[in-house]
Design a protein around this ligand. Structure first.
Ligand code: NAD
Length: 455
């Protein structure tokens, strides 16, 4: 068997081997999805809804087992993995309500009746990253199924295990064979083939901006629909009038959650200069109290990085001149550990503030006043998430409108909810996932004119 050795990041040991599929397997999966499409499309909205509810129930029932698998494979704290698995089931439950609500319009016209329908696209190819493997898959799979598409899903090579389980659970829950097909193989082979395949109508991609740009280019050849959820370099803006203790208590999970391997990581912490010392005092206490260690321990708040390569690339952002203000703890090896690290003061022109590090390094950037905060927050090619901390409601609203980002939270570091739209401005992506908005990206609008005038 051509195998992918799946490594557990906390121990650096192989935890499983899965079959490494290639181009011909992708073609076969697309063919299965294509063959399954007419019958899946013909399933009544009520039955499609019932199937998605059954799948949500089955995923809930397997929640703890899937959470442990994800925690081990992605190196994420089990408490986070449990939250993600709850969101996976919730996502299928939310979109189980969609088949009967894919509404069209009737439009006043002369001479007849005009109406619109939301039609499925056909076979959708999905390519997902390793940082939130199953939860990001569910954001794509659930709305695509609700809209009657069939699917070929390619997980990241480092984390294929929960996606392969999803395929099994879906069939056990009654999803017809061929509707959801998982292909675990390298992006440069299997991902690329999905992008170029003439029978794939759309690519839904989450990953780096660099790979996303190549996918947009490749998809253009066959005019595929494309949604892209890409990188970020989000700002966490703390004004002096904020509840500084609350802002500092939330900052560690905002930037070091998932060991900083989070597209929504608020990795630029902008602090109004007059509050800098007080904020940094509270922040240091919070970072040093973080429990970094065994992903399977209930109390763990941060695990290891995903791989030795990732640890090396994150480490390259620190050198003897880096303004390290303080660091948290990390276990000794084996495993790909990296202590949470806070740099201060950082200029927004420094490479640590410009590039997506994708690891537990935070840059604190002092500012003076609202206008400078907006200018710094927007001086980045990205625009995915962010937070603003202030007790001034009018300022909170002004900042909400001025910051160029797809998702913003006030006095909170929450980024995603199943019922609200998620996606990026600028080079953070194209399209929206979650909420009712995702359904627009898994359907085409068809307009039908019906002449009714006699003679
Ligand atoms: P990546 O871009 O390296 O890989 C993502 C996926 O693309 C993987 O499945 C990979 O196998 C595949 N791939 C790689 N090369 C390909 C090619 N040439 N053609 C087709 N597919 C290819 O990203 P990653 O390292 O797995 O994940 C980290 C990145 O993902 C970060 O930049 C992060 O910000 C981003 N991300 C974004 C979001 C979001 O919702 N905006 C969420 C999570 C992660």
């Amino acid at each position: 068997m051509r195998a992918i050795a799946v490594v557990e990041p906390a121990t650096a040991e192989v935890m499983a081997e899965v079959e490494r599929v290639g181009e011909v397997d992708v073609d076969a999966a697309v063919e299965r999805a294509r063959a399954a499409y007419p019958a899946w499309r013909a399933v009544s909205p009520e039955d499609r809804s019932a199937l998605l509810h059954d799948l949500a129930d089955a995923l809930s029932g397997r929640g703890e087992e899937l959470a442990r698998l994800e925690a081990r494979n992605a190196g994420k704290p089990i408490s986070d993995a449990r939250g993600e698995m709850a969101m996976v089931a919730e996502c299928f439950r939310y979109y189980a309500g969609a088949p009967q609500r894919l509404l069209g319009d009737t439009i006043p016209v002369s001479g007849g009746v005009d109406m619109t329908f939301r039609e499925p696209l056909g076979v959708v190819g999905m390519i997902v990253p390793w940082n939130f493997p199953l939860v990001i898959s569910s954001w794509k799979v659930a709305p695509a199924l609700a809209a009657a598409n069939t699917i070929v899903l390619k997980p990241a090579e480092l984390t294929p295990l929960t996606a392969l389980e999803l395929e099994k659970v879906a069939v056990e829950a009654g999803l017809p064979e061929g509707v959801l097909n998982v292909v675990a193989g390298p992006g440069s082979v299997c991902g690329r083939r999905l992008v170029e395949h003439p029978d794939v109508a759309k690519i839904a991609f989450t990953g780096s901006t660099e790979v996303g740009a190549g996918i947009a280019q490749g998809a253009a050849r066959t005019i595929k629909r494309v949604t892209l959820e890409l990188g970020g370099k989000s700002a966490n803006v703390v004004f002096a009038d904020a509840d500084l203790e609350a802002a500092a208590a939330a900052a560690p999970s905002g930037v070091f959650g998932n060991a900083g391997q989070d597209c929504c990581a608020r990795s630029r912490i902008l602090v109004e200069r007059s509050a800098l010392d007080e904020f940094m005092g509270h922040f240091e206490t919070a970072v040093k109290a973080m429990r970094v260690g065994d992903p399977l321990a209930d109390e763990t708040e941060m695990g290891p990085l995903i791989s030795a390569g990732q640890r090396e690339s994150v480490g390259a952002y620190l050198d003897d001149d880096s303004p390290v203000a303080f660091r948290g703890s990390a276990p000794e090896g084996p495993g790909f550990w990296f202590a949470p690290t806070v740099l201060c003061p950082v200029s927004n022109q420094d490479r640590q503030a410009r590039e997506e590090i994708f690891g537990p390094i935070a840059s604190v950037i002092p500012f003076e006043g609202e206008a400078e905060a907006v200018a710094i927050a927007n001086d980045t090619p990205y625009g995915l998430s962010g937070s603003v901390w202030t007790r001034d409601g009018a300022r909170a609203l002004r900042m909400s409108r001025a910051i160029e980002t797809g998702v913003l939270s006030i006095n909170s570091n929450a980024s995603v909810r199943v019922s609200t739209p998620f996606g990026g401005f600028k080079q953070s992506g194209v399209g929206r996932e979650l909420g009712p908005h995702a359904l627009d990206h898994y359907t085409e609008v068809k307009n039908v004119y019906f002449a009714t005038e006699e003679g």
